[in-house]
Structure formats: C-alpha cells, structure tokens
Design a binder for this molecule. Structure first.
Ligand code: ZN
Length: 504
C-alpha cells in the first residue's frame, strides 16, 4: 500500500507541477510579458493545462485511488495521506465528467468573449457583447448537464468556486445581509454626519507609494526571500509554491487608496498560501480551501486590520512622513474616517465595505435568473440598472459603468461573485474567534505587532490548505456554519461610530 500511495503522490505532484507552471506563466503574462507575446502565451497556457488534465485523468490514477480505498479507511480522516486520497478522488470525479470537447469549447469561447467584452466596455455597447454572453450561458447549461444529482442548476456553478455550498444557503445568508444593510446605508445617507475623503486624493509619487506598501506588508510577514510585490493593471495574488508568493497591486499617482488597501488585500491571500503546511507542498492540497475562505483572509488584512483605528495609530506617523504635504493638516482620526467613508457608487471594485455586498447580491440574483431562464439576456442591462437604483439609490449612466464593468462573465465565470461576500461574512466570524483567542489585539496593532494574529491564523486555518471541505474548514475554525451575525454587528458598530448614528 505504501508503494501505491507513493506512486499516487508522485503522479499528483507532476500534475501539480504542471498546473503551477501555468500559474507562473499567468503571473508573468500579467506583470512582465511583452504585449506581443499574448497570442503565443495563450497557446502555452492551453498546452500546460491540457498536459495537466491528461496526466490527472490517466486511468492509472483512478486505479490507484480505487486500490487505496482500504488504506485511506485505515488512516485518521485528518491525516495528510487520507486527505490527499479523498480530495484527489473528488477532483478526479469532477474532472472526468466534463468531455474534453466541451472544455475546449468553453476555453475558446471565453478567449473570444473576453476580447469582445474589452471592446464592448470601451464603447459601452452591450449589443456587441450579447452574442458572446448567449454562447457562454448556453455552454454553461451543457456544463451543468454533466452533473446530474444536484437540486439546482446554480449549485453546479457555485461548486466550482465554493465547493459544497448550496445556492439555497447563499440565498438565505444574502437575504439576511440585505435586510440589515439596506437600512443601514440609507440611515448613513439620511442622518449621518459628513465624512470627507479629500485627503486620499492629491499627488502621491509612485516610488513613495511602493516603499510605503512594502513597509506595511513587511509587518504582516511579507519577506523578500519568499515574496514579490509587483505592479499590474488588475491586481491579483499568485504563487509557484508556499515559499514563492507573488502579489500585485496598482498605483494611481492621484489617489492613494487602491495601492495601499490593494496590497494589504493581496497580502492576505498570500499569507494563506504561504501558511499552508510544507508537508502538503506539490500536492493538490497545497492551496486555500475555497475562494470564500481565501477572500476571508484578504478582507481581514485589508479591512479588519488595515482599516482599523489601532492600525493607523501605529502607521499614521509613517504615512505623514512619506507624504508630508498631503497630510499636513490631517489627523489620524480624520484619515481613519476617510478610509471608511460609505459612498454608494456604480463600480463594484471601488465600493466601500458596506455597499460592496449589495453589488454582489445584485449579481447573484441576476445570475440565478439568467440561468433559470426568468431573465432574458437582452433584458439584463435594464434589470441591472433598476436594481442599482433600488439597492444603492444610484442611476447607472451607461452600460460600461453598469452591466459591462466586470470581467467575470466574459471568462465564463458565472457563480464566482457570491464568494466575495461570503469572504466578507466569514472574515468577521474568524475575527471574533481571533479576538477571543488573542486578548489585546488592538494594543498589539497600535504597537505595530501583527505576528500573533498571523501565527494564530496559520495554526487554525492556513496550515490545513485544502485538506478539508470549506464547510469542514469553517467548522474547525469557528465551530459552526456560515453566519452573517458577526459581520453585521461589526459594520453597524463601526459605521454608527464614524457617522454618529445611535447604534441600534
Ligand atoms: Zn481577493
């Protein structure tokens, strides 16, 4: 059995290597590659992707997994060995259900749809994107048909990003969130005091921003022997292994927010990957458990840590030293309010902590209606605009700033959006546990000490990688299922204080 297990492990390590080669090529494409390399790079990515898929779906892997069943059952559920066999079996089951032709057709369609989307967004022309969206949705229906036993169409799509999460569960959680957030945002607009974020706009030299971002994330555990931080257009985090973490951010010379909070956000993703146990290296277990759990980590470092008062008690002097003119007349408290300003807007990626979730809920609702056939694709822009008005009180000026703003649908990523808000919700559940386990966190932050939090996260969450399902992982960390309570409490307390509302 040992021999068979070792053979499985070797085969899976090669699959993993190929997939990580793809990750590095992808990172390079978005940070370093000469633009004219794009066409050939797409072929290179397709080749390594196909090789990884072929190696994984080799009948020998399925035979090994069958043979190893008794071995798996003889081991503790949470052992690395039993987890590897269990997770590989689940992955293989999914990988084998989708015919190669459909997979290839989806990849081709998304390449063309992406090019059309870029053009459509530039000219704010939904009609240009529509035929591609129609094709993408048709292919998604074929994809869903490859899986026969789920109660809802959307479950299959969601499972690609948040394995095991039921659509009904997300609907329940989001309904609760909406019920609490819509009145809170309205109360801020009607009765809240003025909060100015003028200090975030001005002139901020890029080289100084780069130095400041590095300075901050080095306090979180970023170190130059194992990490890189590079500029890009659409920020993301990637890695080739646990000791080669690649994060990215974007710098605007006239606006400080995106680089500052973007780099903390991506560092949160990086810490999750960096914290996976070295014993899981070169296995399919060597990454975060799901997109929702991943986002809980990025949101925690960006918002719960990076937008907190004690954090800026420590870092504000450094900020002022870096940009003395811009912050000459600003106090730490004014800066704290500026970075937490609530401002309904059209654009998801620029939204504040509170309104952000309404952008997600809107997309989640539309995606279900699209896949369910209740909403015709020609009517999506009108439905989008009507709901923006209803949830956020804003009039969408054009489709570029409305339905065409996100890349996801052009890449065939339907079912992805909910994970962003699930991450927000989970981040606060974990945060409450961290605060109970580590008394004095605020005082530590105010002294610039973040390692106790990082170590706690590493021990309770990061080290396990993908050994457990997202539900099991969350259960282990917070002792229960997803719960919107901690997140709503956090937002209500923080924003009532900033906006001078009575806290009920
Ligand atoms: Zn993220």
């Amino acid at each position: 059995m040992e021999a068979k297990y070792n053979e499985l492990k070797t085969r899976l390590a090669e699959v993993h290597d190929l997939s990580k080669i793809g990750w590095v090529l992808g990172w390079d494409q978005r940070t370093m590659m000469a633009p004219q390399g794009a066409r050939v790079r797409a072929e290179q990515l397709a080749t390594v992707g196909r090789l990884a898929h072929e190696k994984f779906t080799d009948p020998a892997v399925a035979r090994l997994l069958d043979d190893l069943r008794p071995y798996e059952e003889s081991l503790p559920y949470d052992s690395d060995e039993a987890s590897l066999i269990r997770v590989a079996r689940r992955d293989l089951d999914k990988a084998r259900r989708v015919p190669a032709e459909l997979r290839a057709e989806m990849t081709r369609t998304s390449a063309l749809a992406n090019a059309a989307w870029i053009e459509a967004r530039k000219t704010s022309d939904y009609a240009l994107f529509l035929p591609h969206l129609q094709k993408a949705v048709r292919l998604k229906h074929q994809y869903v048909e490859c899986f026969d036993e789920t109660p809802e169409v959307y479950d299959v799509l969601l499972d690609d990003y948040e394995p095991g999460m039921a659509t009904a569960e997300v609907r329940r959680v989001f309904a609760e969130l909406k019920k609490d957030l819509v009145p809170l945002i309205a109360a801020i607009a009607e009765r809240g005091r003025e909060v100015s974020d003028a200090c975030l706009h001005g002139h901020f030299a890029t080289d100084k921003q780069v130095a400041l971002c590095h300075h901050i994330v080095e306090h979180f555990g970023f170190n130059r022997a194992a990490w890189r931080l590079d500029p890009t257009v659409h920020p993301f985090a990637s890695n080739s292994c646990t000791t080669d973490i690649r994060i990215t951010t974007r710098y605007y010379e006239d606006y400080l927010g995106p680089a500052l909070f973007g780099s903390m956000h991506e560092t949160g993703h990086g810490l999750y990957e960096n914290g996976v146990s070295p014993s899981l290296e070169r296995t399919p277990l060597c990454r975060g458990a799901s997109l929702g759990l991943h986002e809980s980590q990025s949101r925690m470092w960006e918002n719960l840590v990076g937008r907190s008062r004690p954090f800026w008690q420590y870092f504000f002097p450094k900020l002022r030293e870096t940009f003395p003119e811009q912050f000459a007349g600003v106090e730490a408290e004014g800066f704290y309010r500026a970075i937490n300003k609530v401002q309904p807007s059209f654009i998801r990626v620029e939204a504040d902590e509170a309104t952000y979730n309404l952008h997600i809920i809107l997309r989640f609702e539309l995606e279900q209606e699209i896949m369910g056939g209740q909403l015709k694709l020609t009517d999506v822009p009108a439905a989008w605009n009507a709901r923006m008005k209803e949830y956020l009180g804003v009039e969408v000026p054009n489709d570029a700033q409305g339905v065409l703003q996100d890349i996801h649908w052009s890449g065939g990523m339907i079912g992805y959006f909910p994970t962003y808000s699930l991450g927000n919700i989970i981040s606060c559940q974990i945060w409450e546990k961290a605060q109970a386990a580590l008394p004095g966190l605020d005082e530590q932050f105010a002294r610039g000490e973040f390692m106790p939090l990082r170590e706690w996260l590493r021990t309770t969450l990061h080290q396990h990688g993908r050994k457990f399902t997202p539900t099991e992982t969350l259960q282990r960390v917070v002792g229960g299922p997803i719960d919107v309570g901690p997140y709503v409490r956090y937002l209500r307390a923080k924003l009532s204080d900033i906006y001078g509302l009575s806290a009920n």
